[in-house]
Each structure stands twice: as structure tokens, then as C-alpha cells.
Design a protein around this ligand. Sequence first.
Ligand code: ATP
Ligand code: MG
Length: 318
Amino acid sequence: DSLGPTVCVGEILVEIMATTAGDGFLEPLDLIGPFPSGAPAIFIDQCARMGGSAAMIGAVGADDFGRVNTARLARDGADISGIAVDPDYPTGSAFVRYRLDGSRDFVFNIARSAAARFGWTPKVQALIERSGHLHVMGSALAMPSAWSVIEKAAGIIKGRGGSVSLDPNLRKELRYDAETEDRFARLVAMSDLLLPSGPELERAAGVEGEAAAIARLLGMGVSEIVMKRGAKGATCFLVDGTRTDAPAFVVDEVDPTGAGDCFGGAYVACRRLGMGPVEALTYASAAGARNVTVRGPMEGAGTRAELDAFIANTPRRI
Ligand code: ATP
Ligand code: MG
């Protein structure tokens, strides 16, 4: 952490969820929320809870949904100096209802909310100039405001000897335009660490097959790749050819949202605190698994002490 905090740029939201599974929001439902959310915010909250130096860049509205987010991030130790408060637009929101098959219906208010309305300010500049690592969520690449900040931040942080990680996290349902695909390829090329899941690995590499994709990415300058496999665990591939498989912890999944983000936040925090990839992988697996046992996107993010207790008390799949 000596170079300065890990910083993440992107959407900050509240999530409001239906308490019952079923199809959509077409009649009155019992809801629970607001919960603080947004993939970049979940990532940075877990990073901070783990004990890593962490900072968030984004925007909220001048409303309680915004305060829910800034209060949580501040409570958990994240630097919120890079979060702007938009006087005109409300905080972003996502209404979520799980279907019986585990898929989800959403009503999003993101693109036209404060969540998408931030940019390069003197406070952002001051933060980036003392940051040591940038984590990018692929979901943010389609937001023009986020991209301009990410591109500039990546250049400054890399220039001062810092590092970059990328969770490709492009939404499967969405098709991206040529410009977004180009941004994605440029970011992959400047990343030190990738945290893909499912088809994101091959998409990042531009080749088919897991082994070929790993070889391609490690050959182009990425030094570390951690594949997330949900309840099947995770695997870390290093540029020296080492492979480590981490079995998943056995838990009752209550709410899968945020697992990948907590996993990434813990992994990056651990690596930047000086741990090796194997120890980081254990904490990351614990952070992902623990988060799915609690309802709410970041409600299950754990402190280092909570993750130590979780690791000591939870069996792992062989
Ligand atoms: P999302 O984008 O939906 O948050 P993801 O696809 O990026 O998720 P996952 O692979 O779902 O990431 O989860 C990340 C990690 O968290 C997994 O590799 C695993 O270690 C842990 N994890 C997730 N779900 C479970 C589960 N049901 N049981 C045990 N561990 C889990
Ligand atoms: Mg993911």
C-alpha cells in the first residue's frame, strides 16, 4: 500500500429488492432496502473492510440514497473525497427481484442519475495523484463519464509506478459498440491483474479455450489472472506458470449479488498489503462466499477478523 490507496471509479447505487422470488414488479410487492450498492462501490467497501487503503470515485445525489452509500463507505474506512454530490440528479438505483430459477429482473435508474454524472475535478485529481492502484469494473466502460476518468487515472497511476486491475464484468445481455470494445482491449493491455468469470476470460484474451486465453494474456503483460467460478471456487494463474486452485467454501447462498466484487476487493487488498497470491486467494474466496450468505449486495462484506473466523469455521469443497 505504500504508493497510496487502491481507487475504484464507477457507479454508486442503492439496491431495493423484493422479499419474494417471482416475475418482475407488475403488482405491489414487499420490498427491502435501500442497500448500498454498485459493483465498484461493493469492491471498494470490501477492500476497505479487509484493511486495505481504499478510495472511491463517483457521484451520488443530494438525498438519503446518496447518504446511505457515503455513510457506509466512510464507516468502513474508505476515502470518500472523490465522491461528488450532484445537486440536480438523484442517486442511482436498482430494483431487483429474483426469479424462481435464480435469474433476476431489474428496474435500473443509472444512466440518467447522479451515478453516471461525474468527471475529473480538483478533488479527483488530488486523489489520483496519491493513489497506487486503480481497479476497473468492465461495467463502467460503457459510461462516458467513467471512461474519461478511468483513462486519465490509469495513465497517472501507472506513470508513478502503480498498478491496474480489471474485472471484465461486461454484461452478457448487452452488446457493446466498437468504441467500448476498443476501450476494453486497451485496458486489458495495461492491466497487471485480471479477475474474470465465465466467458469474460476468452473475451478479454480474444481467443477460445481457457488454456489458450491464459497463455495469451500472460504473454502480453498481464502478470496475474484469477478466474472466478462461483460455487466451484477460483483459480489463480501467474506469469511464472504457477497455477493454484482454491476450492469454494461450503455455504448456503442467500443472495449471490456482490460475490465477485467482494472477492476482487479482498484479493486486491491482500496483495497490496503484501500477501502472496495463495493467501490472497483464500481471503478472496472467503469474502465472496461470506457475502452470498447475507441479503444485500455488500451486507456480507467481512473485516479481516470476520474473514479469519469464517475461514476457521467453514468447510471447503474438496
Ligand atoms: P458477480 O458478478 O455475480 O458478483 P462473479 O461471476 O464475478 O459474480 P463469482 O464467481 O460468482 O463471481 O463469485 C466470486 C467468488 O466468490 C467465487 O470464485 C467463489 O470463491 C465465491 N463464491 C461465489 N458464490 C459462492 C457460493 N455459492 N459458494 C461458495 N463460494 C462462492
Ligand atoms: Mg463478475
